[in-house]
Design a protein around this ligand. Sequence first.
Ligand code: SF4
Length: 457
Amino acid sequence: MQYYLKIFGCQMNYSDTERIETILTKYKMKKAASIEAANLIVFVTCGVRQSAENRVYGQINNLRKKYPKKKIILTGCLAHRKDVQRRLKGKVDLFCEINNFPKNILKFFQNSKFKIKNSSCDASLKDYLEIKPHYTNKYTAYVPVMTGCNNFCSYCVVPYARGREYSRLAQNILKEAKSLVKKGCKEIVLLGQNVNSYNSKLQKGEAISFPKLLRLIENLPEKFWITFLTSHPKDMNDELIKMIAQSKKICEYISLPAQSGDNEILRKMNRHYTIAHYKNLIKKIRKAYDSRSHLEWTRGETSNRITPAISTDIIVGFPGETKKQFENTAKLFREMKFDMAYINQYSPRPETAAWKLKDNVSKKEKVRREKFLTEILKKTALENNKKYIRKVVEVLADNAVRPHSSLAARSDRLKYMGHTRTQKKVLFFSNKKIPVGSFVKVKITKAKAFGLEGELL
Ligand code: SF4
């Protein structure tokens, strides 16, 4: 029996998929090399935008026509929606919310006469986050610390699709991180819809906030990097900023979704902060990281001063967003000089508060606004990246460039892809072979808007 996974959406979905793989493997299923070879296809879906949803409908319809006998499971953010279930009735064999996956898959296997072997999978496991994942990447691992959300931003499906906030026990996260580091993992990416509201306990009962959790992970031995996403501007506090400023392992990369640069739109989005607050936060973060990088530099621990990279998420064309209000977002982009931005055109999502508002910004205007912001982003990101030229940065080597790829054709030397602590992709050239998953020093020679090039030192 073989399975094939189709994954849509964010890192959280990729992390969930690593747990799904563990479950399927425990039932002695094997990963298929192609859809054709698979008996079971699992769709891990995303409901954040209509376009992602439409891709799921299109692919399931095509697959069902082509392969009437294959089993299809739909999980992730669309699984609970009755309208989705109605629309795909007869095409999907099981709709299964992610936290019920262990229990439901067992029932499904039993009922569908799948020839599954005995498994050590605990189907009664209440907390799917405690399933040991089948890590896709040995060196960069996703570790969810919490899931769900209590914020109810007016456009967002997460509180409906994933439910209210739930934090994993700190000792379980710590155990997972410890085991990863011991096995040679070099980067731990802590995931949560709103990591700042992480709140749990250690076995002895001590309350653990997100900064405290970071401290516990940071204190693990060995060299590794820590990244986390996503933060909510209303919840990012001085304690966290102080913590990251003191840490050597926490990377200089912050994902801080602004969503809009206009106070009235932020109010309609139910975001609970103002643009003045957002700007002040970025100022504080940059200052805090700056003092730390300077310290490391003067101690000679890194050969250059690293400026933190800031990434944001933006929605353009929220109901009623006027040209003037959009211009405030463009102004925010120019002022904040983001390194990365995920710019999305608003699409109404069932169940959310904004679903009832008139989606009155035309598609053409949304496209224009998205392009407009992308152009500003390209300029600011390039400007930021140019500061890396002639500097030596630490890079985690992700993979060797395959000899026949277009990147490889540009030189006879060995080429690798990696990334910096600021999550900048780096293509670097080397005269010697280096192990993937190692930290190396690279002298940057070229900067593009979304990447760097350099030479291995
Ligand atoms: S904070 Fe808002 S946008 Fe983020 S997951 Fe929660 S409801 Fe969605």
